[in-house]
Write a protein that binds this ligand. Structure first.
Ligand SMILES: [Zn+2]
Length: 381
């Protein structure tokens, strides 16, 4: 069995699509017209990702407002916000370049998704000739739509969390029912929970273990056979070529993170300064048996925020080094993060979203080729 390789999910939206989203927000473009531009972007994303030789592809999340808000709003500007939400929720992240992203705020119950990830996947699957994966958002991120201290009138935190867990389970089950081969859960808030940013109150509340327990409430509803194909993605954030928690040592996150009973983990690693330190932590804390599934560590081998394209040789070397610490049967490769988790992202270090797409496909090709080389070198081809 060769070393498995899998993307996180998103790609920059073409400039044409970002312009269409802005016009849709202004009421100058119809829903159907936006759908057409999104379909075109998905088709292009799938074709070009398949052309890299990748064994499993995504549609680049071209229809999603963001990796976190797709269930709740059609656009980041708030067009099509779901019921019982107001736009002025908590910052879920403040990035190193000073910009922030904000969640909606729950104003009443019940909490329901307006859009499930499978609604997008069902439209994209007929465009693909290779197996597809789908990313979904973690309950621990959406838990932040409930006010941090106050109680929502007539809708207790407990009722909300019960509804949230039901919705997340449904989101994942519908992806598999639609035909997804793999489903990964975006968990960028895990590392941020260790940051204690005075400008962003929830990060100072020591919420990591609560997040892990909440996510396990969803994971534990799936059988070991199902959980082999359910992953968790961790990263220090990625938006407008900036991060939010790269200064947090993985040693603070990983002992808790691997308590989640997922079958695999997609981990930012290419942009880490001391990679061997993290490989060692993965080897130490990942579990051979997480309630019936081995935890496979997919290490990030390309950095979506850096326009320099990694070579296949660099990818191969990273995997061979990682195999000194992580059993090779539980090793995989991935991108450090989505290439554009938010729909509106000009990719400033790249100069334009269209150029950033070209770079993204070159990086994915390097990941695929370098992983093939590492499989050979490790006798797994
Ligand atoms: Zn990420």
């Amino acid at each position: 069995m060769p070393i498995p390789t899998e993307p996180v999910g998103s790609l920059p939206r073409p400039a044409k699509l970002q312009e269409a989203i802005a016009k849709f927000d202004e009421g100058k473009l119809s829903r159907e017209q936006l759908d057409d531009v999104q379909d075109e972007a998905c088709r292009d994303s799938i074709e070009r990702m398949e052309a890299t030789g990748a064994p499993i592809v995504s549609d680049g999340e071209q229809r999603a407002s963001s990796f976190a808000t797709y269930p709740l709003t059609d656009t980041l500007a708030g067009t099509g916000l779901a019921d019982n939400l107001a736009p002025d929720g908590q910052y879920f992240a403040i990035f190193t370049d000073g910009h922030h992203r904000q969640l909606p705020r729950l104003t009443g119950g019940p909490f329901r998704y307006k859009t499930y990830a499978a609604d997008y996947l069902e439209k994209s699957l007929p465009m693909a000739s290779k197996p597809m994966k789908q990313a979904v958002i973690a309950p621990s991120m959406l838990a932040l739509v409930y006010p941090l201290d106050d109680e929502v009138p007539g809708y207790s935190r407990e009722q909300f969390l019960n509804d949230l867990v039901d919705e997340c389970e449904k989101d994942i089950r519908r992806c598999f029912a639609a035909g997804a081969k793999r489903v990964s859960i975006d968990f960028t808030e895990g590392r941020l929970a260790c940051r204690n940013d005075p400008d962003n109150p929830w990060t100072g509340r020591g919420m990591l273990d609560q997040f892990v327990a909440l996510n396990n409430r969803v994971l534990d509803r799936f059988s070991p056979e199902e959980r082999k194909n359910i992953g968790i993605h961790t990263c220090p954030g990625g938006d407008c070529d900036a991060t939010h928690s790269a200064d947090v040592d993985y040693a603070e996150l990983l002992p808790s993170m691997f308590k989640m009973n997922a079958g695999y983990f997609l981990m930012q690693l290419a942009s880490e300064k001391d990679k061997e330190h993290v490989y060692e932590l993965c080897g130490r804390y990942s579990r051979e048996d997480a309630n019936g599934v081995p935890q496979v560590c997919f290490i990030g081998v390309v950095n979506p925020q850096d326009p320099r394209v990694e070579t296949a040789e660099e990818v191969c070397d990273a995997l061979v080094t990682a195999s000194k610490y992580i059993p090779k049967e539980r090793l995989g490769s991935t991108d450090d993060c989505g290439f554009s988790p938010f729909s509106v992202d000009m990719k400033p270090k790249h100069g334009s979203p269209d150029f950033a797409r070209d770079i993204a496909f070159k990086k994915i090709a390097a990941r695929v080729e370098g992983t093939r080389m590492a499989s050979e070198r490790l006798g797994m081809a």
